[in-house]
Design a protein around this ligand. Structure first.
Ligand code: PEP
Length: 257
């Protein structure tokens, strides 16, 4: 099996001001500083207004933690009041940007074409998009979840090259599992993550598909992460609620301990 480095990404959503962020990221980074901790990539995605603080904390002590944003504009610059460009995030040292989170899709009417444009903007700025896909409860109940997710994937990857997709991360986040405490079973997570990898092999080739990291997201906690990570096609997690608790997030990052 190919060696894909596990990735644990925390999505703080609209929580923590820039001073709270200082405390939170310092606690996490300190607990992950030991030289033995290199086997997992750890990323935090705070609100835009916290990024400068996070950059300062991490740069100050060479912490082995990376950071990114929760959204980005599809435009490069110009008259887009309230928007943030990918180049601005790259300049602040961001290496990842979440695109197409279900909350953006639901509350900001983001469709697959917009998610695709945002992913391209992130790739164009030499950062890694974390492209979120996932079905709602009705789709899951009807049994259409795999088809739904693969359609989202196709749309999000439109005209993205093999070279670019290699440095893209896909996050499978069933909407019914987000913030509900109802984690998908490891088998459910594997079914969809496996289907995503098979589709990547169809869209590109098997070698490319083997390199792409696929995350599971939805009520991941310290006590369910190991079973999820045991699945062949689950390469990490996108973590919401638990990423606000340094103890819990560090436990997730240290799932092998
Ligand atoms: C998320 O919103 O990306 C998420 C996975 O949230 P939670 O972990 O709180 O379910």
């Amino acid at each position: 099996t190919p060696a894909r480095k596990p990735l644990m990404a925390g999505n703080w959503k609209m929580n923590k001001n820039h001073l709270d962020a200082l405390l939170l990221v310092q606690k996490m980074a300190f607990a992950l500083k030991e030289p033995d901790f290199e086997a997992v990539d750890v990323v935090v995605c705070p609100p835009f207004t916290d990024l400068r603080t996070v950059q300062t904390v991490i740069a100050a002590d060479n912490y082995a933690i990376q950071y990114g944003a929760q959204d980005v504009s599809q435009h490069a610059s110009g008259a887009y009041t309230g928007e943030i460009a990918a180049s601005m995030l790259a300049k602040l040292g961001c290496s990842y940007v979440i695109v197409g989170h279900s909350e953006r899709r639901e509350y900001h009417a983001e469709d697959d074409a917009l998610v695709n444009a945002k992913a391209k903007a992130v790739l164009g700025a030499e950062m890694t998009p974390i492209v979120c896909v996932g079905e709602g409860l009705e789709v899951r109940k009807s049994g259409g979840h795999v088809a739904h997710v693969l359609a989202q994937l196709d749309g999000a990857l439109e005209k993205i090259s093999a070279e670019q997709v290699r440095r893209t991360v896909i996050a499978y986040e069933p909407v019914w599992a987000i913030g509900t405490g109802e984690v998908a079973t490891p088998q459910d997570a594997q079914e969809v993550c496996g289907a995503i990898r098979t589709r990547l092999a169809e869209l590109y080739d098997g070698g490319v598909a083997d390199q792409v990291r696929i995350l599971y997201g939805g009520s991941v906690k310290g006590d369910n992460i190991a079973r999820l990570m045991a699945q062949a096609d689950v390469d990490g997690a996108l973590v919401g609620g638990a990423s606000l608790d340094p103890g819990e997030f560090v436990k997730i990052c240290r799932y092998r301990d």
